[in-house]
Design a binder for this molecule. Structure first.
Ligand code: ATP
Ligand code: MG
Length: 230
């Protein structure tokens, strides 16, 4: 059990928090790995994370969430498991990393819960937002990039390596998730930027860096203004 001090709202924040979002198979994990490499090459301390997961407890919760045998899981149960995994990650890893000045790069974060549980599953959006406030312990990214790709192309990329439980939900579900991400970008234009995920890995990486300009310095982000697709 955490003590009273670690349960206090995180206040010290010297680092930078970036999250990558988007529907299944759009290229998040590919771009998170490349971005983290570039940031390290630029001299930053980088903490690479993937949600759900990133702590011993959160990884156990991840296994429950992604297990194809758990198809009977109630939407509310799913929502709360994501939030439980996230809260542990924030308290144990993200808040301390931001306090010491690291750059945290997270493959999915609270916007995934909004897009999938509210947009995809149809849970009440205001309720999901409140749950996100609890699960994130109030720690919101400085910038969130939504890698945007049409559902057909993303599903083709995603299913090449075998489908997990969420991927089996199919195209209509992904369409709702994509629409929810685009709504988020409209609602929070300063934090949430849409990045065109069409094209080669290198094309998308250049757009990622362009969309991070002003938030964190990356080797590509200091040059090539023509790569911006914000
Ligand atoms: N720009 C690209 N062009 C073609 N293929 C790509 C591109 N980016 C990633 N891929 C490939 O598409 C597949 C899915 O990419 P990746 O795992 O990065 O997506 P993801 O968004 O993390 O997926 P998931 O939501 O399932 O975790 C991988 O096989 C990856 O190598
Ligand atoms: Mg991934």
């Amino acid at each position: 059990m955490a003590d009273a001090q670690t349960n206090a709202a995180p206040t010290t924040r010297r680092g930078t928090f970036v999250s990558l979002e988007g529907i299944d198979g759009c290229g998040k994990s590919t771009q998170v790995a490349l971005l983290a490499d570039r940031l390290e090459a630029a001299g930053h301390e980088v903490v690479r994370l993937r949600e759900p997961g990133g702590t011993a407890i959160s990884e156990k919760i991840r296994k429950i969430l992604l297990d194809p045998a758990n198809g009977a899981m109630a939407d509310e149960c799913e929502l709360l498991l994501y939030e439980a995994s996230r809260a542990q990650l924030v308290r144990e890893v993200i808040a301390p990393a931001l306090a010491r000045g690291a750059v945290v790069v997270c493959d999915r974060y609270l916007d995934s819960t909004y897009a999938y549980q509210a947009g995809g599953r149809g849970l009440d959006a205001a309720l999901v937002t409140r749950c996100n406030e609890l699960g994130s312990c109030g720690v919101v990214p400085d910038r969130t990039l939504v890698l945007d790709l049409c559902c057909e192309d993303a599903l083709a990329r995603a299913t090449a390596g075998g489908a997990d439980r969420l991927e089996q939900e199919g195209m209509r579900f992904q369409e709702r998730v994509r629409a929810a991400y685009l709504r988020l970008a409209k609602a929070e234009p300063e934090r949430v930027r849409v990045v065109d995920a069409v094209g080669t890995v290198e094309d998308v990486a250049a757009r990622v860096d362009a969309a991070l300009r002003g938030v964190v310095a990356t080797p590509l982000g200091r040059g090539d203004a023509g790569a911006a697709h914000e």
